[in-house]
Design a protein around this ligand. Structure first.
Ligand SMILES: CC(=O)N[C@H]1[C@@H](OP(=O)(O)OP(=O)(O)OC[C@H]2O[C@@H](n3ccc(=O)[nH]c3=O)[C@H](O)[C@@H]2O)O[C@H](CO)[C@H](O)[C@@H]1O
Ligand SMILES: [Mn+2]
Length: 340
């Protein structure tokens, strides 16, 4: 309509076209797929304080919000605040645990997970890996680890299958925290074993309750989040609830907070099992329900849970990659090539 009343229609059209294009790029947030998105009202902070040409360049690049709407840090590993966080904790020295479940065929992931964590996960810090497994000997011969780094095998009698284990993992984690983990570490992270660390994951991830943004749902509108919607499920989320959608690949916090969360989620899962209900996202649904009621004090950007798919948001640095979910997004040919 505007085109008709203005002279030099061609150039005006061009300007409007560019403006529209810029708007689309802004709203896409670096996303690859062609879906219209509205970010969940994040708080943006300029990384650089000086008004230099650098600032201008950064302002037009992909946005990396530094805070959640409830003012918790939103962590990007290369930011100044992450560097400050690392410095603070590096001087203190802390003991961090990583708990992971390895049942059945998933033992094939152990070596890659541990060897990559040895390079990139809290390098130089005291770390204990708690491997909850049905085959304790799958770790033989023991892998050589760095100084202050240990593996502890916790035998569990479980049947394989992610759809079955999704209902057991929270209960198994709660049990393992009660004994032996809680007496040994300050912070604990729960990680899927089918992952590989590909860049540094340092002290910037430490917080009381830490959750990671799902890379395919980061920046998407609230109505795209696959929360449980059935009211009979204890994971049900109302339309007016929910800030972000978190992944179950990697989460953590103070060991006491992790215990509270694992116990609460396992109770919700048990409750649903008793009434014959399955939440649509399995364990991830209960985790998301819990994190609405107990907002994380530290939110990790999708740098810390990433896989290459048409929907995954672009991130400045990929740090932790899900090999399992990566495989899910491959076509037949690629699956054959990667033997997955
Ligand atoms: C919410 C979501 O996107 N879920 C998908 C994703 O789940 P997940 O990535 O949540 O499932 P997953 O298969 O990685 O299982 C979670 C974790 O449980 C452990 N584990 C699981 C199964 C098993 O037999 N042994 C074992 O040890 C292991 O630590 C694994 O990493 O990928 C699955 C296939 O991989 C399915 O496509 C799920 O639909
Ligand atoms: Mn996984």
């Amino acid at each position: 309509m505007i085109f008709v009343s203005v002279p030099h229609t061609g150039s005006v059209k061009l300007v409007l076209y560019c403006f529209l294009l810029a708007l689309i790029i802004y709203f896409f947030h670096g996303r690859k797929a062609a879906v219209s998105v509205t970010p969940p009202r994040p708080v943006f902070h300029a990384e650089s304080r000086l008004m230099t040409s650098m600032t201008l360049v950064k302002a037009t690049g992909p946005q990396t919000p530094m805070e959640t709407p409830w003012r918790a840090p939103l962590v990007w590993g290369d930011s100044h605040s992450s560097a400050r966080h690392r410095e603070k904790f590096a001087q203190r020295g802390i003991h961090t645990g990583v708990v992971t479940l390895v049942v059945g065929k998933y033992k094939r992931f152990i070596h890659q997970f541990l060897s990559s964590a040895e390079i990139y996960f809290l390098p130089g810090q005291r770390v204990t890996y708690y491997i909850l497994t049905d085959s304790p000997h799958s770790l033989d011969p023991p892998m050589e680890l760095g100084p202050k780094r240990h593996v502890k095998v916790v035998p569990v009698a479980e049947l394989p299958g992610w759809n079955r284990l999704a209902y057991r993992r929270m209960a198994l984690i709660a049990d393992a925290i009660r004994d032996p983990i809680s007496g040994e570490v300050e912070y604990l992270f729960c990680a899927d074993i089918d992952q590989e660390f590909v860049a540094p994951v340092g002290e910037e991830i430490l917080g009381n309750l830490v959750a990671t943004l799902h890379p395919e749902l980061y920046g998407m509108p609230r109505n795209a989040f696959p929360y449980e919607v059935e009211e009979v499920s204890s994971a049900c989320v109302d339309e007016d609830e929910g800030d972000y959608y978190y992944t179950s690949e990697f989460y953590g916090g103070l060991v006491s907070e992790m215990y509270r969360m694992a116990r609460a989620c396992s109770m919700l899962i048990l409750q649903d099992q008793a009434s014959g209900v399955l939440a649509r996202g399995l364990e991830e649904s209960y985790l998301n329900r819990y994190l609405i009621d107990h907002r994380p004090t530290c939110v990790l950007s999708p740098e810390y849970s990433w896989w290459d798919s048409a929907l995954a948001a672009d991130v400045p640095v990929q740090r932790l990659v899900s090999l399992g979910r990566q495989c899910e997004s491959y076509d037949q040919e690629m699956r054959k090539k990667h033997k997955c």
